[in-house]
Design a protein around this ligand. Structure first.
Ligand SMILES: NC(=O)c1ccc[n+]([C@@H]2O[C@H](COP(=O)([O-])OP(=O)(O)OC[C@H]3O[C@@H](n4cnc5c(N)ncnc54)[C@H](O)[C@@H]3O)[C@@H](O)[C@H]2O)c1
Length: 375
């Protein structure tokens, strides 16, 4: 199994980047890529080429070429990297095309609609020797890093909780999804829980429901209790139809350990019984700018980023396990068993022979992912 990846040949010059997808999040990426002196945005592709053109025109100083597909821009611009901001259903095809053209990829979350497809992407990264990183943007807050350090000084937590309560009116696809909160939002909190605990989830019991006043078709509320390694529990309770007294978009957090308790309000304030309260100033590179910095740094140094596909699958697995538990009426779902099942599904996907061979070289998915993961 290949776990390393090739850094770019000339790390000193700005990285030539093509962005695919110019929708709502695409605009945020366009601004972030254009503002980064370490990057030269050379192309923007969108199936709706007028949307790509309008997006490029809307950002001062952006002179990127525009096309309807990644393929056209790969040939025309010879990029060092691709940023994939398409809809989740298109992530796999765009990412595979870039990787097999020899180009590393930074892809928006979620890596893929299913765990099996995400495993195939991890195998494609191995088969091509090219980095695939997932931008899980809520990992990049200075306050989250400070909170992690405080927790570490209290000793391993036995309990970590997130309360997430907001009432956004998105309209569109989120209001039609079966599990809007768990699938579209909770992955951020689940990913942060793995980061804060520094360990992996073992199993989950989850209940989801839709309150009578909800404006969503699917379940806008959920409570999930995860068992983590070292006997820690992580409890997520959230609602997307909770008007008033809203929490931060990061949720509010509490960790309980032998050395005391630490809290984070999801914004700037961290507090602990050992060290009191403090407001953490914003970092220079937060959210997608933080993901971009880690990605470009990895391409220059060859150091595996924390958001590599092999690591991020752990957060996607938490979502898949919580949904499986909720849909089976609250049965305990074991993450290892879910990964094994996804691995069998991945072997049956219509993928390139190189991807199937890389998958087949794994002893088992949990070990393959853990071996490649950065800690
Ligand atoms: N990190 C965050 O906080 C955050 C927030 C919002 C969205 N997102 C993620 O960003 C991604 C994009 O979301 P969005 O809200 O911008 O969606 P969107 O629907 O507004 O835009 C997606 C764009 O991708 C284009 N597209 C689809 N398939 C394509 C393909 N094969 N080739 C080229 N273009 C293609 C579409 O034409 C569309 O313009 C999603 O994965 C979403 O989950 C992340």
């Amino acid at each position: 199994m290949v776990t390393g990846f090739s850094p770019v040949a000339d790390p000193g010059r700005p990285l030539r980047v093509v962005q695919v997808g110019a929708g709502a999040m695409g605009l945020a990426w366009l601004r972030t890529l254009t503002a980064d002196p370490g990057v030269e945005l050379v192309g923007v592709a969108d199936l709706d080429v007028d949307r790509a053109r309008a997006a490029v025109r809307s950002v001062d100083g952006c002179a990127a070429e525009v096309a309807a597909s990644l393929g056209e821009l790969l040939a025309a611009t010879a990029p060092d990297a691709v940023v994939n901001v398409t809809v989740p259903a298109a992530h796999g095809a765009v990412t595979m095309e870039a990787l097999f053209a020899g180009v590393p990829v930074l892809c928006e979350k979620p890596a893929a609609p299913t765990l099996a497809e995400a495993l195939a992407q991890a195998a494609a990264s191995e088969a091509t020797g090219r980095l695939l990183m997932i931008s899980q943007s809520r990992r990049y807050f200075a306050a989250l890093a400070a909170y992690r350090a405080r927790i570490a000084r209290l000793g391993p937590p036995g309990l970590l909780t997130t309360g997430f309560f907001r009432g956004p009116r998105f309209g569109g696809f989120r209001e039609e999804m079966a599990q809007p909160l768990l699938v579209d939002m909770a992955i951020h909190a689940f990913d942060a829980a793995r980061y804060l605990l520094g360990s992996e989830p073992v199993s989950v019991v989850c209940e989801s429901w839709n309150p009578a006043w909800s404006w969503y078709r699917g379940d806008a509320s959920a409570t999930a209790t995860f068992l983590f390694e070292r006997d820690a529990r992580y409890v997520f309770t959230g609602s997307w139809c909770a008007d008033g007294q809203e929490t931060s978009w990061n949720g509010e957090w509490r960790a309980v350990a032998a050395g005391g308790t630490a809290t984070w309000d999801g914004e700037r304030r961290v507090a602990s019984s050992a060290e009191g309260a403090a407001d953490v100033p914003p970092g220079a590179h937060e959210q997608i700018a933080g993901a971009l910095l880690e990605f470009t740094g990895a391409l220059r140094t060859g150091v595996t980023p924390s958001g590599s596909i092999h690591d991020n699958v752990g957060s996607l697995a938490m979502v898949a396990a919580a949904v499986r538990s909720a849909e089976s009426g609250g049965a305990r779902v074991t993450i290892g068993a879910l990964l094994d099942q996804a691995y069998e599904e991945a072997l049956g996907l219509p993928v390139r022979e190189e991807v199937r061979a890389a998958l087949a070289s794994w002893d088992d998915p949990a070990t393959a992912l853990a071996t490649a993961r950065k800690r």
